[in-house]
Design a protein around this ligand. Sequence first.
Ligand code: DCP
Ligand code: CA
Ligand code: CA
Length: 370
Amino acid sequence: MGSTSLPGRIILHVDLDYFYAQCEENLNPALRGKPVVVCVYSGRTEESGVVSTCNYEARKYGVKAGIPIVRAKKLLDTADAAFLPMNRPRYEAISARIMEALKPFGNAFEKAGIDEAYLELSSSINGDFEKAEQIAREIKQAILEQEQITCTVGVAPNKLLAKIASDYNKPNGLTVIRPEDVKTFLGELQVNKIPGVGRKTEQSLNQLKVERVDQLAKLDLSVLRETFGSSVGDYLYRAARGEDGEPVKGREQPTQLSRIATLKKDTQEISEILPLLEELVSSATLKLTQKAMTCKTVSIIAILGDLSIHSKSKTLESPTNNERIIAQASKDLIAQFLKSARNASVRRVGVKLSGLSTRSGQTDISRFID
Ligand code: DCP
Ligand code: CA
Ligand code: CA
């Protein structure tokens, strides 16, 4: 049923604390220490609308996102609270700067909302959770220094667990779930701590006498599928075990990577083509490794003296970022091409790696994390 957590994988989830309200505190430091409520006014009457978010001082009074402003005002009746209209463009500008600052900390970066992002650390630290925790502290410090914004970070073997970890101890928290602790950590949580489990799912689970995740893990897959349908059923089954193979995917994550260059002179000789092709392979493979990605297909491109474009592809046995394997495949392909296209005089040569993935095939795990 799809891949589970790869050995050696480490993911960080960063979630900014009481984000809109914290932005407002920074814009007006006099607000600090007071309950601050950011409101979405509907405009119908002066008071109508809902709470977008609030700081932790306001939360002590029971105020939370989604409740009517009128209700928040009642709860904060006796407090010296500030009610502010939401100003989304401001928060977006702050968010954009923070996201840029986060990117260099990981091999892959995925923005998951205005105030949260995933970072893949796997290939740079070789499964070392101590180092990952250190990076998490550096991130917290960097965002605090640059934007005076606190955040909570979760560090775990996959995205699902990293998200659960960052939700565990807010605000200004840092929670690490090591692979060996997953079962105990997860088992004790209430089922509503699983992302996506809302009130309705929670109620259905309660009817099945399931309140905690360890109890959920005891349910048969067939029962979960019957109750929730096959896709939600499968998700809950895997989530209860802490399993998630989702890659960290930036929107700009490439699906292919290519390198192409012109030969010193047009040639039909493989010996005159190989040195350049090897250089191109080396450069493309380096990029692949830096992105903590693997490729499934290798292609060569040949542009001839008459400027006609030709290509040949080979699908590998398993995804890889191993330069030797990719170089061998390219060499085989160019040899095949020269053989089939007799008299072809090559002017430009290139290599293309496609079927790129941050997930590695099972047989290639060691290459992925080295
Ligand atoms: N938001 C909103 N309406 C909601 C929930 C959230 O407008 N029902 C906005 C305001 C939040 C931002 O999205 O500041 C991020 O949402 P979070 O759920 O991460 O909540 P906060 O960052 O406010 O608080 P926390 O410290 O719990 O993360
Ligand atoms: Ca948040
Ligand atoms: Ca969030």
